[in-house]
Design a protein around this ligand. Structure first.
Ligand SMILES: [Zn+2]
Length: 129
């Protein structure tokens, strides 16, 4: 069974409990790393400048604390293999639905891979009501 490394664990600890619950269940089925949880002002503006985020601080869901967004990448990392990002998303949806049905989480989630003008395949965020 796959397990998170220390860097992934530390990043996940900065995330909303519902994101933590889904990731801690999802890791039992698929190996992936947590690239990013919470991003402070400096990190967010660096990401914006470098084009890995299309938002400046504090507009990203990563900027709240705990973070309402998490970035996940299938392990081992291969950015050119989008099929694996889709596969991870499929598993994420199933796990999230199960946890919600059991009353263990309250949130629903958006996947950045479905954004038309700025597809962000690693990105998952809580749907704000
Ligand atoms: Zn993100």
């Amino acid at each position: 069974m796959p397990k998170f490394g220390n860097a992934s664990k530390q990043r996940l600890a900065t995330c909303h409990p519902d994101l933590q619950a889904v990731c801690n269940e999802l890791i039992k089925y698929m190996d992936f790393s947590i690239l990013c949880g919470h991003r402070g002002q400096t990190e967010q503006n660096t990401a914006f400048r470098e084009g890995t985020s299309n938002l400046s601080f504090p507009k990203s869901a990563h900027n709240s604390f705990p973070s309402h967004a998490v970035d996940l990448v299938p392990y081992p990392v291969d950015w050119s293999n989008l099929a694996r990002f889709h596969q991870l998303h499929g598993a994420f949806v199933v796990v999230a639905a199960q946890l919600k049905e059991r009353g263990q989480i309250k949130s629903e989630f958006n996947w950045g891979g479905e954004w038309k003008n700025f597809p962000d395949y690693p990105h998952y965020e809580i749907k704000e009501k």
